[in-house]
Ligand binder design. Structure first.
Ligand code: BEZ
Ligand code: FE
Length: 276
């Protein structure tokens, strides 16, 4: 293969990788190469522009640590995370919808008893969260593990605070025999996703804001059910229609009720999809 030009190079790459053993990888790589090349042709990509692209990706790599994941952020703001969620969670309408995972989940969060305060020192207005976890047939999912995480009143997760080295406003709980769960935490507030790095520069250059509407994150796992990764959003939030990462679904919006003592209450019932 010599003297390849802009018309013949795509087929040359496809032929070169034609021996890929894994059929799924082969399919993905073929499509990736075709679409990447088509994109470069469509916009008449210059060498200087591609160099800028490489520098952008390099900055994403350099800023990524075990506490900050710029590539997840990039996927989120490009809508790719939500696209893959939307394509992969076809389930009955009665089931709770999934949304983006985001970069701030931490494995091995502390386990809490029902009713415990998971804020563990995180600052914010006290909030009680309660509801049920049930299957499609309405039966309680008693052996579910409910992994919750959220930001504090500054809109920051514990891992974003350089001076905090323990879990705050995150934890794992289990429902009771009727599928009911409840825990205390703090009021979720809207926050800006990290925008002091390359993804922030991209948002700025494309005239976008970095805000997410207030939400709690949930990951609910139970034997016999599909794992549910989702949020519960605050219904009074101004950013619901322009979430920076496109994660809002109407069915995930709840009414967070202010109580006479100034604390808040939010109730949300989850319905899990049985695994096939
Ligand atoms: C989050 O909700 O934690 C999140 C999701 C996507 C990007 C940044 C943050
Ligand atoms: Fe979040």
């Amino acid at each position: 293969m010599r003297n390849l030009n802009h018309e013949t190079i795509t087929d040359a790459v496809l032929q070169r990788q034609a021996a890929t053993d894994n059929p799924r990888l082969k399919r993905i790589m073929e499509s990736l190469v075709q679409h990447l090349h088509a994109f470069a042709r469509e916009v008449n990509l210059t060498e200087a522009e591609w160099q800028q692209g490489i520098e952008f990706l390099t900055r994403c790599g350099h800023i990524t640590t075990d506490r900050r994941q710029e590539f997840i952020l990039l996927s989120d703001v490009l809508g790719l995370s939500m696209l893959t969620v939307a394509m992969n969670h076809d389930k009955p309408a009665e089931c709770t919808e999934a949304t983006v995972f985001g970069p701030f989940h931490v494995d091995g969060a502390p386990h809490y008893d029902p009713g415990a305060d998971i804020s563990n020192g995180a600052r914010g207005v006290p909030c009680l969260v309660r509801g049920t976890v049930r299957g499609l047939d309405g039966s309680p999912v008693v052996n579910a593990s409910i992994d919750v995480w959220q930001s504090d009143e500054e809109g920051l997760y514990d891992v974003q605070h350089a001076d905090i080295d323990h879990a705050q406003a995150r934890g794992i709980l289990h429902p009771d025999a009727e599928g009911r769960y409840h825990f205390r935490s703090i009021l979720a507030v809207p926050y800006a996703i990290p925008h002091d790095g390359p993804v922030g520069d991209l948002l700025k250059a494309t005239g976008r804001h970095p805000w997410r509407p207030a939400h709690l994150h949930f990951m609910i796992e139970a034997p016999g059910y599909e794992t549910l990764i989702t949020h519960v959003f605050r219904g009074d939030d101004a950013w619901l229609d322009s979430d920076a990462v496109f994660g809002v679904r109407q069915s995930l919006i709840a009414d967070w009720k202010e109580q006479p003592d100034g604390t808040y209450l939010v109730e949300y019932d989850f319905v899990l999809n049985p695994s096939s």
